[in-house]
Design a protein around this ligand. Structure first.
Ligand code: PLP
Length: 428
C-alpha cells in the first residue's frame, strides 16, 4: 500500500470523502488521491516521494510557480510580526491602493477569505445597490458554494433555479435564473421574463469550471449591452481569470468593463484570500459605509496580504510573464492538439493563454451541454496514464489545466512526449 493510500484510508474515517474540497478526490478516477508533501517551481511531490509536473497549480494561485522565493520571504517576514490582529493594517491599504491604481474597473475593493465569499458578497452588494432581487448566471459556470449560486440547471433556460445540492432550500435559489453560455438570446429572454427585476448578470468571462470554454466573439460585450439596457449590473467572476489572462484579467483581455469583479486564489498567492470590487458608488453600499452587511474576522489577514501583494507587484512589474504564458500555452495546447490529430483521437481542445482543457468529443465545446458530451471514461484513462507518466492534472474532465511561469519550454516538451506515448498506447 502506498503512503497516499494509507493516508486516504485514515482520512475517509474522519473527513467526509477523505478530502476538504470535493475536487481533490479522485472519485471519477477510482483511485486514492495523491497526498502532497511539498512543491517547488512547476513540480509537486507526493507523500511517496513521486515527482510530477504540476498543472493544477493549486487551481490557479501559483502563477509564478510553487514556493516562489520572494513570496515565501514576504510571508516569513509578516509572520514575525504576528499572524492576525483582527484590526486594520497598513498592508491592507497598500493592497487596495495597488489594485485600484492599476485596474480601471476597480475603484474600491473589499478583501474576503475565498472566492465563494467574494461572489456571495458581490451579489449582495449588487442587490443592495439596484434594489432588485434576481440574478442571471450561466449553466456550467461555478461561482462558489453559497446557496443562491449552487444552481447550474443543466442545459436550457430556466426561469427559476433548482438547487444542485441537498440542503439548499428552493427559496434560496428562486431568484437565480440560468442562461446558456455564449447564447445572448437566452439572457435576453430571461431579462424580458423578469423585466425590471434583474439586479445582476454574473459570468465567468472565460468559463473554467465546465472545462475551459471560451466566450464567443461579442458575447461579453453583448452582456454589457444587455445589462446597460436593463439597468442590471455586470459582474465578472475573475476568480480564475483575474491577474492570469492579463494583469487586468479578462476585463483587460477582452476590453469589456464590468460593474463589479470578484477575485480569489491568485490574489492571495496561495493563502486563503478573495476580494470583490467595482464602481465606487456600488462598493460604498457595503458596511460600514453603507447598508449592505458583510464582514470577516480574518479578512485582510496580514500574512495573506503580504503574500498576495508581493505576487501582484511582481506580476505588474513583469509583463513578460503574460507574454510568456501566451507563448507556452500555444506550445502546450496546440502541441497536444497536433499529436491528438495525428493519432486520430476524436477530441476538442479549448485554450486561452495559460488555461486549457481537452474534451473527448467530436463536438465543438461552447457551453455546458456540449461540454457534457465528453467521454469521461476516456478522460479517466487519459488522467491515469498521464499521472503514471509524471504529469499531475486535475482529476476531473470539467476543470482547467493551469500553466505557470515556472513551466519551461523543456518541461512542456516533456509533457508533450508523455502525451504522445499515452496516445501511442492507444487506450483513450
Ligand atoms: N468562482 C470561480 C470562477 C471559481 O473557479 C471558484 C473556485 O474554483 C470560486 C468562485 C470559488 O472560490 P473558492 O473555492 O475560493 O471559494
Amino acid at each position: 500500500m502506498t503512503r497516499s493510500e494509507e493516508l486516504f484510508n485514515r482520512a475517509v474515517k474522519r473527513i467526509p470523502g477523505g478530502v476538504n474540497s470535493p475536487v481533490r478526490a479522485y472519485g471519477a478516477i477510482g483511485e486514492a488521491p495523491r497526498f502532497i508533501d511539498h512543491a517547488d517551481g512547476c513540480y509537486i511531490y507526493d507523500a511517496d516521494g513521486n515527482r510530477y509536473i504540476d498543472y493544477i497549480d493549486s487551481w490557479g494561485p501559483m502563477i509564478l510557480g510553487h514556493n516562489f522565493p520572494e513570496i515565501r520571504e514576504a510571508v516569513l517576514k509578516a509572520c514575525e510580526k504576528g499572524l492576525s490582529f483582527g484590526c486594520a493594517t497598513e498592508v491592507e491599504v497598500e493592497m487596495a491602493e495597488f489594485i485600484c491604481e492599476h485596474l480601471p474597473h476597480v475603484e474600491m475593493v473589499r478583501m474576503v477569505n475565498s472566492g465563494t465569499e467574494a461572489v456571495m458578497s458581490a451579489v449582495r452588494a449588487a442587490r443592495g445597490f439596484t434594489g432588485k432581487s434576481k440574478i442571471i448566471k450561466f449553466a456550467g459556470c461555478y461561482h462558489g458554494h453559497s446557496d443562491a449560486l449552487l444552481v447550474s440547471a443543466g442545459s436550457g433556460v430556466m426561469t427559476s433555479g433548482i438547487p444542485d445540492s441537498a440542503g439548499v432550500p428552493a427559496g434560496c435559489t428562486q431568484d437565480t435564473m440560468t442562461a446558456v453560455y455564449n447564447d445572448l438570446d437566452s439572457v435576453k429572454t430571461l431579462m424580458e421574463q423578469a423585466k425590471d427585476q434583474v439586479a445582476a448578470v454574473i459570468v465567468e468571462p472565460v468559463a473554467a469550471n465546465m472545462g475551459v470554454v471560451l466566450p464567443d466573439e461579442g458575447f461579453l460585450q453583448g452582456l454589457r449591452d444587455l445589462c446597460d439596457k436593463n439597468n442590471a449590473l455586470l459582474i465578472f467572476d475573475e476568480v480564475i481569470t483575474g491577474f492570469r489572462l492579463a494583469f487586468g484579467g479578462a476585463a483587460e483581455y477582452f476590453g469589456v468593463k464590468p460593474d463589479m469583479v470578484t477575485y480569489g486564489k491568485i490574489i492571495g498567492a496561495g493563502m486563503p484570500v478573495g476580494a470583490y470590487g467595482g464602481r465606487k458608488e456600488i462598493m460604498e453600499m457595503v458596511s460600514p459605509s453603507g447598508p449592505v452587511y458583510q464582514a470577516g474576522t480574518l479578512s485582510g489577514n496580514p500574512v495573506a496580504m503580504a503574500a498576495g501583494l508581493t505576487q501582484l507587484k511582481y506580476l505588474y512589474a513583469h509583463p513578460e510573464v503574460y507574454t510568456g504564458l501566451e507563448k507556452k500555452g500555444t506550445l502546450l495546447y496546440e502541441g497536444m492538439k497536433d499529436l491528438a490529430e495525428k493519432a486520430g483521437l476524436i477530441c476538442h481542445l479549448n485554450h486561452i493563454s495559460s488555461l486549457g482543457s481537452i474534451f473527448f468529443t467530436g463536438e465543438k465545446v461552447c457551453d455546458y451541454t456540449s461540454a457534457k458530451t465528453s467521454d469521461t471514461k476516456a478522460f479517466a484513462n487519459y488522467f491515469l496514464s498521464m499521472l503514471k507518466g509524471g504529469i499531475h492534472l486535475a482529476p476531473s474532465q470539467f476543470e482547467a489545466m493551469f500553466l505557470s511561469d515556472a513551466h519551461s519550454e523543456d518541461v512542456i516538451h516533456e509533457t508533450l512526449k508523455v502525451f504522445s506515448e499515452v496516445l501511442e498506447k492507444g487506450n483513450l
